[in-house]
Write a protein that binds this ligand. Sequence first.
Ligand code: HEC
Ligand code: HEC
Ligand code: HEC
Length: 357
Amino acid sequence: MTRLRQLLDRICGFSVMVTIAALALAGLVAAALVIGVGLYNVSARKGHFAPVEWALHTTFRNSVKLRASEPAPDALDTPEMIALGAGHYEQACRMCHGRPGATQSATIRAMEPAPPHLQSLAGDWSAGELHWIIHQGAKMTGMPAWPAARKDDVWPVVAFLRAAVQIDGASYDRLTGGEAQGRCSMCHGADGASRNPLVPRLDILSPDYIAASLRAYRGGQRDSGIMAQAASGLSDAEIKRLSTSFDAPPGAMPATATGPSVAVAARGRGSVPSCRACHGPWPAPLNRGFPSLSGQHEPYLRRQLKLWRDGPRGGGELAQLMHIAARDLSDAEIDALAAYYATMPQARLNPNEGSGR
Ligand code: HEC
Ligand code: HEC
Ligand code: HEC
């Protein structure tokens, strides 16, 4: 009996081996036909087979849901966030996902998969899932990744997609400035004195610093997906011209921080001596390579100080100086310093220095 059992076992073990080998061989032949002979039709004219389509779509959804974990900021759906997100969308996403009140171009609609229209883009994704999709992109679909490592500047775009479900063409034009708007003024204002506190004022900055910043964004040394997109196509000559073109008259904008910030600002005065040598306020001497902070928007300053302290904010050749200066600041000190500089009147460089304003 035992001998018979042994024989049977051997035959069964053998046939399992044969089956596995046969399957592996069939797989290899199929792969050779698909890859080597070109049997699979990659034409975008024909959609995927229904089961392939289902598999890809389900994989995409589950892959996003498994990985999306970034917590949304408290102030997500504010008008400032939505406006900044709309500006970036107009520059970076509209070409594929279209705008309210118009269909996407015929060529874009012929993509496979076709990009969904803006107004169905937010779908039933959560804010964190939208953030993940926009920051990571999706392989082999045409959906690009965010062109910077930093994650926080993706949130305005998330806010805009959520709002876009119910905006019309006219509201979209109001947000992005419509056809007449320039590529920088859409966000920074025509005179450089941005009215959105999340977007820095350029009218208080020296041409040297503006040019160095644009080169750093273009080359990826300064980390911002929004400005990487805005600066990527600029030639050296355009950077030179742009660096002197933002010149709001003095006093065009009052100091931006008011109310409670003024009390917080008083606390900032204590820490300012360590910043003064490089940033003023005026009349302390300012090097034209260093940004003027007086009159800059408070939320922008706060965000930059956290970027300096917590990670590789990057910038021009002198950026390392600032990483050292911000290394040990507490959140409370950052709030106080941002409020302090935002309540100072707009600083101006010594006009005799030529490129100063
Ligand atoms: C070159 C074209 C292209 C550009 C530019 C582009 N996308 Fe996409 N996007 C796609 C395609 C194609 C898909 C569809 C992917 C799929 O169905 O698997 C997609 C999908 C998405 C989705 C997921 C929608 C869903 O439910 O499947 C979101 C959200 C999205 N894009 C947002 C953006 C944002 C925001 C930008 C700008 C920062 C952007 N996209 C830029 C092509 C593009
Ligand atoms: C979609 C909105 C948007 C557009 C369009 C845009 N910017 Fe910006 N810009 C921003 C934001 C947001 C920042 C802050 C980025 C950061 O955190 O580094 C910024 C930062 C800058 C800075 C650095 C300022 C500082 O204080 O360090 C300069 C210089 C600048 N932009 C110039 C330009 C120019 C020139 C153009 C046009 C070619 C332009 N921007 C287009 C939103 C925009
Ligand atoms: C040794 C000189 C130096 C000191 C001291 C210094 N900074 Fe800076 N700071 C710089 C330089 C240089 C940059 C610009 C770097 C770049 O973007 O290339 C900068 C940039 C900044 C920015 C970004 C401004 C913008 O428009 O994006 C902020 C905010 C800032 N500094 C705040 C401070 C504060 C607050 C202190 C004091 C705690 C301080 N800095 C001390 C040199 C200095």
